[in-house]
Design a protein around this ligand. Structure first.
Ligand code: PNS
Length: 160
């Protein structure tokens, strides 16, 4: 058996139950899973990188083979640095596919040693995204079913 290190990259602003579902599935099939937050200087995030790292560390504590990290620059360069074999991405619906396919093809062109693996979350999470969760929280709706309790608490504190 090979020792497979997978990177699960994303913005995680904030981490949702959909992300957690994918982390749980990824942690089962890969030897190690690094959940890595992009330091994106183009986007104005709701949570700082440190806040997102803290929340992700807390909610991924049950999995001993899951690590939380942050990266900047090209994902393929980060994958090379971490000696990762796999990039893990979730596909919720057909609408995700076009963008994900383009990214997977481009990443393969840039680094042929990393394979992109797509996983599908439970159908009950298929309509959740961080941006929708942020909007619902901002407008006073309930986000209890969409994010872990620690994230709900922090979202409420941030928005109220
Ligand atoms: O959660 P997101 O915002 O959908 O994640 C997108 C992410 C972080 C995976 C993507 O933007 C990315 O990998 N950015 C790093 C820069 C890079 O490598 N760009 C080329 C992608 S083909």
């Amino acid at each position: 058996m090979k020792n497979v290190l997978a990177i699960y990259p994303g913005s995680f602003d904030p981490v949702t139950n959909g992300h957690l579902d994918l982390i749980e599935r990824g942690a089962k099939i890969f030897d190690r899973l690094v959940v890595s937050i992009l330091r994106n200087f183009d986007k104005e995030p709701l949570f700082t990188i440190d806040e997102r790292v803290e929340m992700l560390r807390e909610v991924t504590r049950p999995w001993a083979n899951v690590e939380v990290d942050a990266f900047s620059g090209l994902l393929v360069d980060y994958a090379r640095l971490r000696e990762a074999n796999v990039i893990l991405r979730g596909i919720r619906a057909v609408s995700d596919y076009e963008y994900e396919l383009q990214m997977a093809m481009m990443n393969r062109k840039l680094n042929k040693n990393v394979e992109t693996v797509f996983m599908v979350p439970a159908v009950s999470y298929s309509y959740i995204s961080s941006s929708v969760v942020r909007e619902i929280a901002r407008l006073g709706g309930s986000i209890t079913d969409f994010v872990p309790p620690v994230v709900e608490e922090r979202l409420r504190a941030k928005i109220l």
